[in-house]
Design a protein around this ligand. Sequence first.
Ligand SMILES: [Zn+2]
Length: 70
Amino acid sequence: MARRPTCSYYRCREAGLYIVELEGSRYFLCRKHYRALLKALREQAKAKGSSELGELVVKRRGGGIIFSAP
Ligand SMILES: [Zn+2]
């Protein structure tokens, strides 16, 4: 029986609906955190003129991840 993926974001228990690849690892994200990721990318694009997933700061915390624009 396949386990349904849950969001990889720190302490989030929502269903993981989106897959993102960060620093060579794959993570599931729920709708809310996927939107938060897109928002961080947009803000980074505004500040720097470019936007790539690999440029986001991703930290591992308590078995999950947190991310933010640098
Ligand atoms: Zn989440």
